[in-house]
Design a protein around this ligand. Structure first.
Ligand code: UD1
Length: 351
C-alpha cells in the first residue's frame, strides 16, 4: 500500500491466516472493515478456525473474507490468488515455528520458510504489490547485552534454524528495498505471544506436546498433563527462573492493524518491537494461571533448556510514538483468556 487507502477499499493477503496469531489478526482486520484473503495450507492449523472467525465478526464482515488452501511456496497457487484478487498489502505469518524441530530438520526449515518467502515476494513484485508486513521475532536479538531491547539493539547469532530463518528473512526483505525503493517493508518483532480471543472461540492449538510455556501450563490446568516443568531455577533473575515479555495475542493483532494503517502512503524498511515492556518470570506465570483457573498448578524445577536466554523484554516506545500502538492487556488478562479458551476447548479445534 504505497498509496494511502481506506480499509474498505483495501484487500490484505494474510499468509498463515488460520494459525494462532494469523487468525486473531484476521478478526482484527475484518472488524476494521478490511477485505481479507487467507492463504494457509492447514499444515499446522484447523479449517474450523474459519467458522470461529465468522462467528466472532458476524455475517456481513465474514462476507469480506476468502480462504485459499495452498502452500505459500506453491507459485502457481500464489499467481492464481493474485490474479483473482487485487491485493494491496501482505501480512506474512506462514512458516514452520517449532524451535526444537528446526534443529533436527534444518533443510526443511530453511527450505520452507525462506523458499516460500522468496516465492511470495517474487509473485508480489510481478503483480505490483510491494507492501509487506513480516512476522519476525525477538529471537533475532539473541542473548542481549542490555535490557530493554530497542529496535536499535544489535541482531545477534540465533541458537536454532527457526530463529535464523527469521533473521535471514528480515535481511532478504531489507535487501529487496535496497534494490527497489518502492518496497514498503515492516518487520514486526514479537516478544512472547500468549492469550486467546476473549470469547474463548479462538486460541493456540499446538499439535503434540507443547514446546512453549503457556500452552503447556494451560494443558496442566485442564488436567491433560501432570505438572509444569520449569526449565532452570538458577538464572540471575529475582526468582531464578527465566524472564520474558509476554504479550496478549489481541494486542499483537491490533499491532498489525496499526502497522497497516501506518505504512499506507510510505516506502522504506521499518522495524517495530511488539511487547509490553514488562518482564515476567516462569513462576509468576504459573502463579497468574493458578489464579485464573482457581487451583494451584503443580510444577517441578528442572535443569535449564539449551538455547534459552536469561531474560528479555522490549522497549516499545517506537511503536507507541510512530504508530500510536500500545499493549493494553496484562498477564492476568492473558491467563484469563488462555484459560477460557483451553477450558472451553480442551482438545483445541478438534475437541
Ligand atoms: C521461543 C523461541 C522463540 C520463538 C518463541 C515462539 C527459543 C530460544 N526461543 O521463545 O524463538 O519465537 O518460542 O513462541 O526457543 N519454559 C519452561 N517450561 C516449559 C516451556 C518453557 O520453564 O515447558 C520456560 C523457558 O525456559 C523460558 C520461558 O518459559 O524461560 C518461555 O519459554 P517459551 O514459551 O518456550 O518461549 P521462548 O523460549 O522465550
Amino acid at each position: 500500500m504505497s498509496q494511502k487507502r481506506d480499509p474498505q477499499d483495501s484487500c490484505i493477503l494474510v499468509t498463515g491466516g488460520a494459525g494462532f496469531i494469523g487468525s486473531h489478526t484476521v478478526v482484527e482486520l475484518l472488524e476494521k472493515d478490511y477485505q481479507v484473503v487467507i492463504v494457509d495450507d492447514l499444515s499446522n492449523a484447523s479449517e474450523k478456525v474459519l467458522d470461529r472467525i465468522d462467528a466472532i465478526v458476524g455475517e456481513e464482515r465474514a462476507a469480506r473474507l476468502s480462504f485459499y488452501r495452498a502452500d505459500v511456496g506453491d507459485r502457481d497457487a500464489l499467481e492464481a490468488i493474485f490474479d483473482d484478487n487485487q491485493i494491496d498489502a501482505v501480512i506474512h505469518f506462514a512458516g514452520y515455528k517449532a524451535v526444537g524441530e528446526s534443529v533436527k530438520k534444518p533443510i526443511e526449515y530453511y527450505g520452507n520458510n525462506i523458499g516460500s518467502t522468496l516465492a511470495l515476494v517474487d509473485v508480489m513484485r510481478e503483480h505490483g504489490c510491494k507492501s509487506i508486513i513480516f512476522s519476525s521475532s525477538a529471537t533475532v536479538y539473541g542473548d542481549p547485552d542490555s535490557l530493554p531491547l530497542t529496535e536499535a539493539s544489535p541482531k545477534k547469532a540465533c541458537t536454532n534454524p527457526y530463529g535464523w530463518t527469521k533473521w535471514m528473512i528480515e535481511q532478504i526483505l531489507s535487501d529487496l528495498h535496497t534494490a527497489d525503493p518502492e518496497w514498503n517493508v515492516v518487520l514486526l518483532r514479537y516478544f512472547n505471544p500468549i492469550g486467546a480471543h476473549p470469547t474463548g472461540l479462538m486460541g493456540e492449538d499446538p499439535k503434540g506436546i507443547p514446546n512453549n510455556l503457556l500452552p503447556y501450563v494451560a494443558q496442566v490446568a485442564v488436567g491433560k498433563r501432570e505438572s509444569v516443568h520449569v526449565f532452570g531455577s538458577d538464572y540471575d533473575t529475582p526468582d531464578g527462573t527465566g524472564v520474558r515479555d509476554y504479550i496478549h495475542v489481541m494486542d499483537l493483532a491490533s499491532g498489525h492493524a496499526a502497522a497497516l494503517a501506518w505504512m499506507g502512503g510510505r516506502t522504506g524498511v521499518e522495524i517495530f518491537n511488539l511487547g509490553t515492556g514488562k518482564g515476567t518470570s516462569v513462576l509468576q506465570i504459573i502463579e497468574a494461571f493458578s489464579s485464573a483457573c482457581g487451583r494451584e498448578l503443580p510444577y517441578v524445577l528442572e535443569p535449564r533448556r539449551a538455547g534459552d536466554v536469561t531474560a528479555n523484554y522490549a522497549d516499545c516506545s517506537k511503536a507507541r510514538d510512530e504508530m500510536g500502538w500500545e499493549a493494553r492487556f496484562g498477564i492476568d488478562e492473558m491467563c484469563r483468556d488462555s484459560w477460557k479458551w483451553q477450558s472451553n476447548n480442551p482438545n483445541g479445534y478438534e475437541g
